[in-house]
Design a binder for this molecule. Sequence first.
Ligand code: ADP
Ligand code: ZN
Length: 599
Amino acid sequence: MESAREVLQQVFGYQQFRPPQDAIIDTLMNDGDALVLMPTGGGKSLCYQIPALLRPGCGIVISPLIALMQDQVEALRLLGVKASFLNSTLDPDTAREVEQSLRNGQLDLLYIAPERLRQPRTLALLHEIELALFAIDEAHCVSQWGHDFRADYLELSLLHEQFPTVPRIALTATADARTRQEIIRRLDLTGASQFIAGFDRPNIRYRIALKQNPKLQLLRFLKDEHPGDAGIVYCLSRRKTEETAAWLQEQGFDALPYHAGLSADRRAAHQARFLREEGVIVVATIAFGMGIDKPDVRFVAHLDLPKTVESYYQEAGRDGLPADAWMIYGLQDVIKLRQMMAGSRAAEEHRRAEQQRLNAMLGLCEITTCRRQALLSYFGESLDQPCGNCDTCLEPVDTWDGTEAAQLALSAAYRTGQVFGVNHLVDVLRGADNDRIFQYGHQRLPLYGKGQDLDNNQWRSVFRQLVARGYLSVDLERFGALCLEEKCRAVLRGEESLELRRDVRTRTVKQRTRTPLPEEVDVALWEALRDCRRELAEEQGIPPYVIFHDSTLREMCVNLPQDLDQFSQLTGVGERKLDKYGPAFLRVLQDYRSGALID
Ligand code: ADP
Ligand code: ZN
């Protein structure tokens, strides 16, 4: 383990392992297999990179994220690691060169796409050479129960059959127990040691608000809390991503659309700008999430309800600095997603899985207690105290006894034959006198006009919560018709009472997350260091964060290193980067001390 720590410090520039990284590395060094469950940003890569460097032979990393491989490999090369990749984006000549260097034993790490791996030619090559390990990244892709299933991954069981002595490590950030079991079964990992890291990501602030005026809500959030920050805005439809991006541009933001309907060139260009420049906002459909690995995404904003809890916050703040997972949602979102689920043609088991994931997402939206506690319990963990860094902790939600209102709402759906949508039901309850009411004779119903105590929005809030909690379902055949579910009997009979969330029209979170800098740091120095990083990144055609993360720049501001020795103590400064970048940043720090930076 001593040598592992040396590699950690000298190559990666980190002082200590984050448990359980050390135990995982130990397992692989002793020829054992490992299954690793760690949240995004937890530090999975080191778990196979370090053993690949220490063990004889080349480590093979299997990943479905082709778009990421080049960046991952470039980042490793900057650290002085001999890494390459093989996937369909390489031209045949380059691919042959990579194969040749593999044959010559010149590589420590090779990233490879699953479809490439299973080609007979590739397998034959792997049999020729010495292998340090197999790392199966995004291992949940093997699970049909999970949300990113890939048929190619099923064939990865061949690794064990064909290379029984090479240790394997499977890694994922998707933690639910079923997915885990399926990974073990399909990849034949029954003998593997399991490592489950805590899923809490304390730097992320969770916020979910009621959708009122989406554009203005987004605008206020971006202007007040994230000016100049990089982030992702998610929408469900392609058209909406284009509209929103165009609108944000008009408002002065550097915003770009991203969805599967754009040409491959444009997608690549937008992704590259997001990664390489600072402060770019991407407005994307969910298709974007899988393909990025940018550590300094300061916010993820959802204008539509995402289908899973995981996709609500995954990309935010991987560097551990404060970041927001922000979302607005309303009754229409709930109805739309419920309908999509009902119309899904997937197999029964898969549909049930989708349903459960959606329920978890809706539960998170409607919860009136700490969101982090709810999130963690979804991942099978518990948090003793409310977190203090989510909206419900920062601004406790008011609840009210909604039992009677719920009974009225459910009765309205029942008495009108379960064929009407929410608007009409609210009209009935509020005693509206429009044509539709008279056309159906609903003014004669005993509950007509019985709901004057609540206004339109309050009734919509009641219906939303009833749908979200599964008391009412949405009929796909009759657009938006609300039907009673078995579970509402107890409420109607008065055997169950319901605490409902009292929606507030505008929610402002008092403390902002926008504090990338400690108090005592001089903004001029911070900006000068960022400029230095940007220039170096442009010269080399790589993203700024590949040179140093914001957290390393922050440390520079706080510690003010004076020479290479002090500079080498900073987190994220290994030997290679010390040589390559230390002098440039030290010059900036020197200028600062001598007062040359004051403008
Ligand atoms: P994951 O693959 O789990 O999402 P990464 O492997 O990309 O996470 O690591 C997330 C970040 O944490 C990276 O910037 C990485 O360099 C950093 N990191 C990983 N391990 C350590 C450590 N022991 N000390 C400091 N930083 C670390
Ligand atoms: Zn909380």
